[in-house]
Design a protein around this ligand. Structure first.
Ligand code: NDP
Ligand code: HSE
Length: 453
């Protein structure tokens, strides 16, 4: 029979025998919930040594009870009613790992009303209802932790709220949707089609229940909302994020970007400008040699520019069961360590104490500054200098213009890099090009970022 050769932590005096385990109720036991259960079971001694006490799952809610029971075993009661977990007298912390915004809001608010601390990886819930949830948690004196909600295995919330706390953050930029990055990498490196790559991301558990959230940029916008609030001490402003996903990208965009020495990535950018905070998620061209351009597959990467630290960069898995469990359990350990610490002495939910939150204006789309890459389908026989002149007539200067490789002579395309402009100027020029006799079809325009490279 197997005998554990290591005496227990209690026997070695590393844990007080009387310390009660932190008791967790899970709402949802799918990819994230299941991963959390597995890692807690596998690493329980290691985790207890760090938390100062055990962490034990004592109740689970799911829809498919038979499936849930197969995962957690007979010892853990399962229920189809998440409110039962939220109100369970034995539960200290509720982990919301079900997803969605409507019912999840009600479960989390119910848990808070019952005095439970909450851990969630649900960025949609927090981007949309975070202000209400954090206010309720403050009023009840309980913590809501959410490290798993952004760039799962990267402790970026902790980095912003704690490690970089001395800095006035100037900008942050990140590849923060694993599914989109996985699809772009598969399409570029293996020539896989969009639909096949998305199916593979879904099979691997990376995608949201509705994958439109991933490919339309909405999930990345949820995460950017949380990052920007923590970075700038501003409220959650999800409705003001300018969002465009990878679903509108064509193979010609990826090839055309590469021809000019760039890679296309779905990038979230939050940047202070004198007129307001720029908040946007868009397919964006990065120099092919840029560190963020090397972030491939389901990996995520985030760069933060602070006035004191300078640029720091964080890299790690962006999705996945145990990768998210790593963050969820880190939150549970934090909560175990913080028991008894008065709320006023804990890290504020969004990094800044509520009375000091700054209602910074968000830069309107029309005022967004930057360089743009253009792909312009031209009528055969046209000249590049004619295109250049047409754009110049609307205030758009070009730093580069070339013919796209791989386009047939009968249907040529020009690739351009503009000078610095604001979006309103480009919009005006694109409206004019739409009816220009030399232009054969819709012009594609994407932002270019060098991120102080
Ligand atoms: P899954 O679909 O894999 O799991 C969801 C779980 O919630 C299932 O166990 C499901 O039960 C349960 N559930 C859903 N609705 C209800 C309900 N009304 N009542 C009871 N149980 C319910 O989702 P994920 O684990 O992938 O995602 C969960 C959350 O984590 C989401 O907010 C997601 O955005 C976030 N997240 C996901 C990551 C990932 O890599 N997958 C990474 C980071 C965050 P049943 O199985 O019985 O239907
Ligand atoms: N669907 C999300 C992604 C899961 O692909 O990034 C992690 O938040």
């Amino acid at each position: 029979m197997y005998r554990d050769p290591v005496p227990s932590l209690e026997a070695r005096g590393l844990l007080p025998a009387a310390t009660r385990a932190l008791r967790v109720g899970m709402i949802g036991i799918g990819t994230v919930g299941g991963g959390t259960f597995r890692v807690l079971a596998r690493n329980q001694r290691h985790i207890a040594a760090r938390a100062g006490r055990g962490i034990e799952i004592v109740a689970v809610a799911a829809r498919d009870l038979a499936r849930a029971a197969r995962i957690v075993g007979a010892a853990v009661p399962v229920t189809a009613d998440p409110f039962e977990v939220a109100a369970h007298p034995e539960v200290d912390v509720v982990v919301e790992a079900a997803g969605g915004t409507g019912p999840a809001r009600d479960w989390v608010l119910a848990a808070i009303a019952h005095g439970k601390r909450v851990v969630t990886a649900n960025k949609a819930l927090l981007a949309v209802h975070g202000e209400e949830i954090f206010a309720a948690a403050r009023a009840r004196g309980v913590a809501v932790a959410y490290e798993g909600a952004v760039a799962v295995s990267i402790p970026i919330v902790k980095a912003l709220r704690e490690g970089l706390v001395a800095n006035r953050v100037e900008w942050l930029a990140g590849i923060i949707n694993g599914t989109s990055n996985f699809i772009l990498s598969k399409m570029r490196d293996e020539g896989m089609g969009f639909a096949d790559a998305l199916r593979e991301a879904q099979a691997l558990g990376y995608a949201e229940a509705d994958p439109a959230f991933d490919v339309q940029g909405i999930d990345a916008a949820h995460k950017l909302t949380l990052l920007a609030a923590n970075a700038f001490g501003m409220p959650l402003r999800f409705a003001d994020v300018q969002v465009e996903g990878i679903d509108g990208l064509e193979a010609a965009d990826v090839r055309g970007a590469e021809q000019l020495g760039f890679r296309v990535k779905l990038l979230g950018v939050a940047r202070r400008t004198p007129e307001g905070v720029e908040l946007r998620v868009q397919p964006t061209l990065l120099p092919a040699t840029h560190l963020l351009a090397q972030v491939n597959g389901s990996m995520n990467g985030v760069m933060v520019k602070g006035d004191a630290a300078g640029v720091t960069m964080y890299y790690g898995a962006g999705a996945g069961a145990e990768q998210t469990a790593s963050a969820v359990i880190a939150d549970l350990v934090d909560l175990a360590r913080l028991e008894g610490v008065p709320p006023a002495q804990q890290v504020p939910h969004l990094g800044v104490h509520p009375h000091a939150t700054e209602a910074l204006p968000v830069l309107p789309r029309a005022a967004a500054p930057g360089v743009r890459w253009l792909r312009v389908p031209l009528v055969a026989g046209q000249r590049l200098d004619a295109l250049q002149a047409a754009l110049a007539g609307h205030g758009v200067s070009l730093q580069r213009v070339v013919w796209a490789d791989h386009t047939p002579a009968a249907a040529p395309e020009a690739l351009c890099l503009t000078g610095l402009l604001v979006q309103a100027t480009l919009d005006d020029a694109l409206r004019a090009l739409a009816t220009h006799p030399a232009v054969r079809g819709p012009v594609k325009a994407l932002p270019v970022e060098t991120l102080d490279a």
